[in-house]
Design a protein around this ligand. Structure first.
Ligand code: PEP
Length: 249
């Protein structure tokens, strides 16, 4: 059975005191939920967030990691470092990492391998740009991102993979894919994994939607049969909005 997941990507927001305050707001609003709930604070506050949420059901996850074990990679963070804090899940391939830090399908394939070899779960992000959608090429672009970065994996590896379809034109823009556009793409992705692997892999894969999910549109988007939750940027920075989205399930 695939899981419903709502993950908040805090990006480069929230210093230490803001992290403390948002976590305290989140803790005061935590109810039992029909979804797994995650937050991804900046690296420098990961340990603090992890400690603060140790007794809670909210999982603290990382926004990125490097593909090497260790070494001369100034400013980078390894899988072992994350694991030593207790972090079990990492977001890889966010479009901002691709756009501003030159991440490619090839480097992401190495990161995915590294995370899986260390027993971590990966939330793998991908999605087309506006010009791809306007040209009607969204499925071709998404297919090539997925095939190039993931399809070397064996079927068993997908137990530790979560997909996050994030059309770039909908991230932080206030423009959301319609629930139908999200459903069409998620169904396409699931059929791709059915074709490349088997029904079991496809049916058990959680596919999240990301791109301006807000309290007022979450229910309709999450109500689509192939949408298993969301990766939430802006709206994850306010506890009230984030939990309204979590409670949309
Ligand atoms: C994101 O960055 O993953 C994201 C979905 O951002 P937003 O919700 O702000 O569009």
């Amino acid at each position: 059975m695939r899981k419903n997941i709502v993950a908040g990507n805090w990006k480069m927001n929230n210093d230490l005191s803001q992290t403390e305050s948002l976590i305290s707001d989140l803790k005061s609003q935590v109810q039992t939920s029909n979804a797994e709930v995650m937050i991804a604070p900046t690296f420098v506050n990961l340990w603090h967030a992890f400690e603060a949420l140790r007794q809670d059901s909210i999982e603290v996850v990382a926004q990125n990691m490097h593909f090497a074990d260790n070494g001369a990679y100034t400013g980078e963070v390894s899988a072992e470092m994350l694991k030593s804090l207790g972090i079990k899940t990492v977001i890889l391939g966010h479009s901002e990492r691709r756009a501003y830090f030159n991440e490619t399908d090839e480097s992401l394939a190495k990161k995915v391998d590294q995370a899986l070899q260390h027993g971590m779960r990966v939330i793998f992000c991908f999605g087309e740009e506006l010009q791809d959608r306007k040209a009607g090429n969204q499925e071709t672009v998404v297919k090539s991102q997925l095939v190039n970065a993931l399809c070397h994996l064996d079927a068993d590896a997908y137990k530790n993979i979560v997909l996050a379809y994030e059309p770039v034109w909908a991230i932080g823009t206030g423009e959301t894919a319609t629930p139908e556009q999200a459903q069409d793409m998620h169904a396409f992705i699931r059929s791709l994994f059915k074709e490349r692997y088997n029904n079991d892999v496809a049916d058990n894969l959680s596919i999240l939607y990301g791109g301006s999910v807000k309290p007022n549109n979450a229910k309709e988007i999450f109500g689509k049969p192939d949408v298993d939750g969301g990766l939430i940027g802006g709206a994850s920075l306010k506890a009230e909005d984030f939990f309204a989205i979590v409670n949309a399930f």
